[in-house]
Design a protein around this ligand. Structure first.
Ligand code: ARG
Length: 230
């Protein structure tokens, strides 16, 4: 059926990885955030119905999609060629660069990635931040991967970790709430998309059309204002 607005369509199960403010976080047992509101608004523009959100670790999202435990990933996931070998993405819905977070008032002084050489550096498992550390710094740093960025930020506050590579908007959010600060930001030109299975072309197209509709209406700006206060 074409052109309807919601009722009686096929149900798609969304998956995300909370602990990534303000895109997805669990507040008092409730899943909230920009991606949650955005996907709900986007799906409301399509013939699909949204099922119950599944909360997974970030590096479990693509396997869960392939196993059909979930049907769509909404997790601030960067569209890139490596992932496109396995899954497909909607058109982009958000752009972000990467930042390096350090302990507030700590002794790590860094203005570029090379300054992290010899230090203890962390990122969330399976993220582009992890990929950057591996590709740019390799054996020149001692690298620890975390299931969740919240755990890495705690180690940073304690001083057991020197630096984290993380998406800039999320770095800002941690810097507002925790005893950490942004040392510097570097341009990666990353764009987030909703992930779907490669054989789900109809869903991929519907989500892209839904994003365009939400952007053209006032909804995208409202959701942005709600979570970024802009
Ligand atoms: N944008 C980065 C990536 O795609 C980090 C995403 C992490 N998302 C999350 N919900 N924890 O790798």
């Amino acid at each position: 059926d074409e052109g309807g607005n919601g009722d009686g369509g096929q149900t798609i199960v969304p998956g995300t990885a909370p602990g990534f403010e303000p895109f997805e976080m669990n507040v008092d047992g409730e899943l909230v955030g920009f991606d949650i509101d955005l996907l709900e608004a986007v799906v409301a523009e399509t013939d699909y119905e949204l099922g119950d959100w599944q909360e997974l670790e970030f590096d479990g999202l693509m396997p869960a999609l392939e196993n059909e435990n979930i049907d769509v990933i909404a997790a601030a996931m960067t569209i890139n060629e490596e992932r496109q070998e396995t899954i497909a993405f909607s058109e982009p819905y958000y752009s972000a660069d990467q930042s390096v977070l350090v302990q507030s008032g700590g002794d790590v002084e860094a203005g570029e990635l090379e300054d992290l050489e010899g230090l203890e550096v962390g990122a969330q498992s399976g993220t582009t931040g992890e990929g950057i550390i591996e590709d740019e710094l390799g054996d020149d740093v001692s690298y620890t991967s975390y299931d969740n960025y919240v755990l890495a930020v705690q180690e940073l506050e304690r001083g057991t970790l020197d630096a984290i590579v993380i998406d800039e908007p999320v770095a800002e959010s941690f810097a507002d709430d925790r005893e950490v600060e942004i040392a510097f930001t570097f341009e990666t030109g990353e764009e987030y998309g909703f992930g779907v299975r490669q054989d789900d072309g109809d869903l991929q197209e519907a989500l892209s059309e839904g994003i365009a509709a939400v952007e053209e209406s006032s909804q995208y700006d409202e959701i942005t204002r709600e979570w970024f206060g802009e």
